[in-house]
Design a protein. Structure first.
Lengths: 311, 250
């Protein structure tokens, strides 16, 4: 019971509204380490968590033709200073169905914590799946986060992922998401991370536009300062007629931080097109001086520019 | 009373002399125009007055309301009541129009923010929640800049080419906004290369090759500019000092 309350506290600190866990019309799942401490499902959504030795296996199915009305809330976390949490998700979004999820991953006290997530997601035809993940870490930097996802998107379907890690130290972060997109479907992946201290950020987001008229957008917004290091690999491959994609990466560096952007665009069909833009540099001087000309000190002006980019 | 007193300032950028012993007096409560062709040094003068970091003076002094501001930061100058509207205003991902305008206001007065948008003929309900990013057109962005200046209520604003990129219909609105700034007590240093825009000013200084070469009533200076500076004589007769015959300096 105490863990549940502490998890909800951390969830609130991460920006979540704990009241959602009391609403029977809202599906949710709260997991502390390898223990399910709260769950609820709704009609059309099959949510089956199974505890393992070091984490949890989750089967999530949205039944054919069902569109889940309310956002599904997930909360994963490790409250002690040390621990491991390994989450394996198998999600099936059946034809004609749709769901939006909001996952908060909270590690407020982490000194030596490993959080791994392995997801296999299958989205049927005429379906949609939106996965928003917000992380809240403590200030020690003693955390390692390794999320991996393999996603198949059927025909006329949509996938949106939004990942943000803006509160607390990143620690070591290694994200790898890969998606295959079929006819007339769309992929929209965004990652926003703020690293400092000696944080290490590595992101690989890849999309394979294999379907006719498929669309893909991969967007990264990264800010690093102090001695933090980031490496962003945004990869789009277009192999079908009418496929269109765009890769957009902006990284801001301050202090001794280092940032690398590797956009990979690969087109194997003459009727397909992928574009990319990448910019790495210090905070734009004109933006900062514009805000300073309104009376802000330089530091505050930089915070607003960086904060806006990561919003 | 002079709000701005610029004494013999020189500015060198990457080995090129941009401003040469330039002096200028701006009277409080006026619209003072700086008129000149492209590359006369008008924008550099604007950045130097604002104290932008790449525009530190080689020599000379700038006084604002009697205080020497030559070595002050942009923030300090802004806190004293000076601001600048850039010719091409910066864009900010993730910052709403409302938050952007509020930055320069003292207590985030919603009514003032709304009023400032009305002044530039932008419907607040359409714009307050929008981001100040690349989704705004150049004209919209310039209007929002003017709205932000209006809400800030500075003592002195430097408007760098507020008319550039603005269509003819919107120009009247921009001009009305400049007049409204004067009415609310803001002194306006209006930088332009169009004599018809400088005509709204109480006084106009003609700028050429990094210096003020002529000053007087706006209509008269505008006429002078039109007759003697278009096309630019320095390009036709490179031997002429500052592009104007000796003795024409006033």
């Amino acid at each position: 019971m105490q863990d549940y309350e502490l998890m909800l506290d951390a969830y609130a600190q991460a920006g979540g509204a704990p009241s959602v866990f009391k609403d029977s019309n809202i599906a949710h799942l709260v997991v502390h380490k390898n223990k399910v401490i709260g769950s609820n499902s709704v009609k059309g959504l099959v949510l089956v968590p199974k505890e393992t030795a070091i984490g949890i296996d989750i089967m999530l199915t949205v039944e054919k033709g069902i569109k889940i009305e309310n956002l599904v809330h997930l909360c994963f976390g490790v409250l002690p200073k040390e621990g491991i949490q390994e989450i394996n998700i198998k999600a099936r979004i059946e034809d004609g169905s749709g769901v939006k999820l909001l996952a908060h991953c909270v590690f407020p006290n982490a000194v030596k914590v490993l959080h791994k997530m392995q997801a296999e997601i299958e989205i049927g035809d005429n379906a949609y799946y939106e996965y928003n993940e917000v992380h809240f870490h403590g200030e020690s930097g003693g955390i390692e986060v390794i999320p991996k996802a393999r996603i198949k998107i059927g025909k006329n379907s949509h996938l949106v992922t939004n990942f943000s890690l803006l509160k607390g130290r990143v620690g070591v972060f290694d994200l790898d998401y890969e998606s295959e997109i079929l006819d007339n479907s769309t992929l929209d992946m965004t990652a926003k991370i703020y690293g400092y201290g000696n944080d290490r950020i590595k992101i690989r987001e890849a999309g394979y536009l294999n379907g006719r008229a498929s669309r893909g957008l991969i967007k990264s917004r990264i800010a690093v300062k102090d001695n933090a290091v980031s490496e962003i690999i945004n990869e789009l491959t277009a192999s079908a007629p009418g496929a269109r994609g765009h890769v957009d990466c902006v990284e801001i560096i301050q202090g001794n931080a280092q940032a690398k952007a590797i956009p990979i665009v690969n087109v194997t069909n003459e009727f397909a097109k992928v574009t990319h833009e990448a910019a790495i540099g210090r905070v734009d001087k004109k933006q900062v001086e514009t805000l300073m000309a309104r009376g802000l000190e330089e530091e505050k002006a930089i915070d607003i520019v960086v904060g806006g980019m990561l919003k | 009373m002079e709000i701005l007193n610029i004494e013999k300032i020189s500015l060198n950028l990457e080995g090129r002399q941009i401003l040469k012993d330039l002096s200028l007096l701006v009277k409080e409560g006026t619209i003072h125009s700086i008129l000149g062709s492209n590359a006369a040094g008008k924008s550099s003068l604007a950045y130097a007055i604002m104290g932008c970091c790449d525009y530190r003076l080689e020599s000379g002094k700038i006084h604002f309301l009697g205080d020497d501001i030559t070595n002050l930061s942009v923030s300090k100058r802004a806190k004293m009541g000076i601001t600048l509207a850039w010719q091409e205003p910066a864009r900010f991902e993730g910052l709403t129009v409302k938050d952007y305008i509020a930055v320069g206001t003292k207590n985030r007065d919603d009514a003032l923010i709304t009023e400032s948008l009305h002044h530039v003929l932008l419907e607040p309900s359409d714009y307050l929640g929008r981001q100040v990013d690349k989704t705004l057109s150049g004209g919209e962005r310039k209007r929002i800049e003017l709205a932000a200046i209006f809400a800030m209520r500075p003592k002195l604003v430097i408007l760098d080419e507020p008319d550039s990129g603005i269509d003819i219909l919107a120009l009247d609105n921009i001009i009305n906004m400049i007049k409204a700034l004067k009415k609310q007590g803001t002194t306006v240093l209006l930088i332009t290369h169009r004599e018809e825009v400088s005509e709204i000013a109480d006084i106009t200084s003609l700028m050429c090759s990094g210096n003020i070469v002529h000053e007087g009533k706006s209509k008269e200076v505008g006429k002078y500019f039109k007759e003697k500076c278009i096309p630019c004589p320095t390009k036709i007769f490179p031997g002429k000092e500052n592009g104007v015959p000796k003795g024409d300096k006033s």
